[in-house]
Design a protein around this ligand. Structure first.
Ligand code: PLP
Length: 386
């Protein structure tokens, strides 16, 4: 089976992990800081805080934005569950903004209309999680303007977008978002097995994130309520977690970061090849946005179902039967039973639902060969023929 995504590891990655295994620090050691500093430099951000996965990163990013009970978090329905669940972890209400029918990202115009209504109703959000779907940022310029006007915090969920850029600068640089979250799960652009990171330019947020990552503890006398009792002393000043990444994972992530450009270049090449090979099939291809350079985590197509005799499900299952591990990103989050239990229903976000009825993620990862890709295209051609 050709998977839809997979990691690319080499001997240097393995050696980097083994080196840490033989060192004094398996966790809470110096490799974590090296990984953070390398990522901050790469993204032109002032601070980077590494954690055990992007879900934890989103959780503490929301807490650092002071999201709590009585507050609202908005996000896209076309995302992984974690982009919405982080709001629920904080006791906040979650709501969604429908997607743009071309980019499949949260629609900034729909956002503007919803904000105008929310202002009248007194239901403005405190946090917006702007998901860079498939590796392409949302209309961040407009979103940042709206954030200024309506006073909400923008957290960019860039789990798909490590190595992407927007408006000529790396995603994560903090020009359009207070915090940017990355995931290093093996299907993403670079991996640390499990791992996540938050980038920010605001020192107070970085400080708070570090504290929340480790039990809400501080060893900094400036943040204590009374003078130190001695060299052993620490204080827990708020409720935090153990969301730490290990040095083993950080070593893998750091080694992978050295190959980020190469990985993204191959993903772009494969995406451009799909664009060419699929141009005459009854499918709608991804639409690049002017200011956004995607990292190409996903290559998603939409079946033009009215031009195809098989159903969406039949084409999907036909591809699986032909040994192609296609996937579907995403089932609209508001249709999940948990969110239906909170009052959402079918029909609430029609663009995301129409998208769900047509979308298929084709295999895309650096080690996918041209021959494998030709096989994917050939099978798709066979299944979409009238
Ligand atoms: C993968 C992913 C996450 C969660 O990442 P983990 O590191 O697995 O916790 C969050 N948001 C999006 C959009 C993702 O794709």
């Amino acid at each position: 089976m050709i998977p839809y995504g997979r990691q690319s590891l080499d001997q240097a990655d393995i050696d980097a992990v083994v080196e840490v295994l033989q060192s004094d620090w398996l966790t809470q050691g110096p490799t974590i800081e090296r990984f953070e500093q390398a990522m901050a430099a790469r993204c032109q951000a002032d601070f980077a805080v590494a954690v055990c996965n992007a879900t934890a990163a989103l959780h503490i990013a929301c807490l650092a934005a002071d999201l709590g009970p009585g507050d609202r978090l908005w996000t896209s329905p076309n995302t992984f569950l974690a982009s919405a669940n982080c709001g629920r972890y904080c006791g906040a209400e979650v709501d969604f903004v429908d997607i743009d029918p071309l980019t499949w990202n949260l629609d900034a115009f729909a956002l503007e209309a919803k904000l105008e209504q929310a202002e009248r109703d007194g239901t403005l959000p405190k946090v917006l999680v702007a998901v860079a779907f498939s590796g392409q940022s949302c209309d961040m310029r407009r979103i940042a303007e709206l954030a200024e006007r309506y006073h909400f915090t923008v957290i960019e969920d860039a789990s798909h977008a490590v190595g992407a850029s927007y408006a000529g600068r790396p995603v994560g640089c903090g020009e359009f978002a207070a915090m940017t979250v990355f995931s290093f799960h093996p299907v993403k652009i670079i991996t640390s097995a499990e791992g996540g990171m938050i980038l920010t330019n605001r020192p107070a947020l970085a400080e708070r994130l570090r504290r929340l990552r480790s039990h809400g503890m501080t060893r900094d006398p400036e943040h204590m309520t009374e003078p130190s009792h001695g060299a052993w002393y620490y204080q827990q000043v708020e409720l935090g977690f153990n969301y730490r990444i290990t040095d083993l994972q950080a070593a893998l992530g750091l080694s992978q970061l050295g190959k980020l450009d190469e990985f993204v270049a191959r993903r772009r090449e494969l995406a451009a090849r799909y664009d060419r090979l699929l141009a005459y099939l009854p499918v709608t291809l991804p639409s690049p946005q002017e200011e956004a350079e995607s990292a190409w985590h996903l290559y998603v197509i939409r079946l033009q179902t009215e031009r195809i005799s098989l159903s969406h499900r039949q084409v999907f299952e036909g591809l699986r039967a032909a040994g192609i591990g296609v996937n579907l990103h995403y089932i609209p989050v508001h249709l999940q039973p948990y969110y239906q239990g909170l009052g959402f229903a079918e029909g609430d976000f029609p663009e995301a639902e129409r998208y769900y009825a047509q979308a298929i993620s084709l295999p895309l990862y650096p080690l996918l060969s041209d021959e494998q890709q030709d096989h994917v295209v050939e099978q798709l051609r066979r299944l979409t023929e009238r």
